[in-house]
Design a protein around this ligand. Structure first.
Ligand SMILES: [Zn+2]
Length: 283
């Protein structure tokens, strides 16, 4: 059993063949998927998709997270935080996410937008704390800012720093704050030496697996389509939750450990990170 801790299977990229993608993920061993939100407008369809899974026993189990993503700052409405607060009380979400900070995109780093990002992130950390929920964090080039915010708010319910891209030292700082580190497609790139150091130097209970599909396609999958057709120059190839085993394979090679053992460890880590023992009847 594999747990994809981060997949935007509700995204429009999957509208044409979502059912097929979910079935192929399941047949590749992916039994559970966390579906994090990015804009409030899409929360109802995300929650409806996760509920529909109950009628499809050939799909993985879909677990929703709700939040306001920093990259979509300009799309968030003034009352979205109130809507989030209400939605967290009513829906069976597993985490507040995807929330966070982004200093990679120049426009978001301008002082006025940065201040908005920080305010939005901290407000959502407060909601998570008040709801006793873990968080799913998007963090690009601002790990120190994220750690400061987690400390300032006093977040104690853990969660996942998704698509972790920092150093060994930054990884250790997150672990000290009770956070797990999400590893996906970027780990599979041969040139990802810093990420390989993180994967080999931290204890195995630090990590969870993810795809972030439709983004962050693993190495090798980038050059052909699912049907074997070669990629044309400039053509974007969609990532899929069915590609999660590629991430596991690379991690197993880096650590020299059997894939089956690691799969069990990462599944258990995800259950711990998101407090899913009772929810998945694993007590
Ligand atoms: Zn994401």
């Amino acid at each position: 059993m594999l747990f994809d801790s981060h997949c935007h299977i509700d995204a429009p990229e999957f509208d044409a063949d979502r059912d097929d993608v979910l079935r192929s993920a399941r047949s590749e061993g992916v039994s559970h998927i966390v579906v994090p939100a990015y804009v409030a407008e899409r929360w109802p369809s995300l929650l409806a998709l996760c509920q529909r899974q109950a009628h499809h026993n050939d799909w993985p189990c879909l677990l929703p997270a709700l939040g306001l993503h920093p990259v979509y700052l300009s799309q968030h409405q003034d009352d979205d935080l109130q809507r989030l607060s209400a939605a967290l009380k009513q829906s069976a979400v597993v985490a507040v996410g995807e929330i966070g900070l982004d200093k990679f995109l120049p426009e978001l780093s301008q002082p006025v937008h940065w201040a908005k990002q920080v305010a939005l992130f901290e407000a959502q950390l407060h909601l998570a704390r008040d709801s006793n929920l873990p968080v799913i964090i998007h963090a690009r080039r601002c790990h120190a800012d994220i750690c400061r915010a987690l400390k300032r708010v006093g977040h104690r319910h853990g969660g996942i720093v998704h698509a972790f891209s920092g150093s060994v030292e930054e990884a250790r700082q997150y672990r000290a704050l009770g956070m797990h580190l999400g590893l996906g497609g970027p780990l599979t790139w041969p040139q990802a030496k810093r990420l390989h150091a993180v994967a080999t130097q931290l204890p195995l209970d630090s990590f969870v697996l993810e795809t972030d599909a439709p983004d962050l396609i693993p190495y090798g999958h980038s050059y052909v389509h699912g049907d074997g057709r070669a990629r044309q120059p400039g053509e974007r190839v969609r990532n899929s939750p069915a590609f999660l085993p590629s991430v596991l394979t690379v991690f197993a090679q880096l650590r020299g450990l059997p894939e089956a053992e690691l799969a069990a460890q990462f599944f258990s880590n995800t259950v711990t990170a998101l407090h899913l023992q009772a929810r998945l009847n694993l007590m």
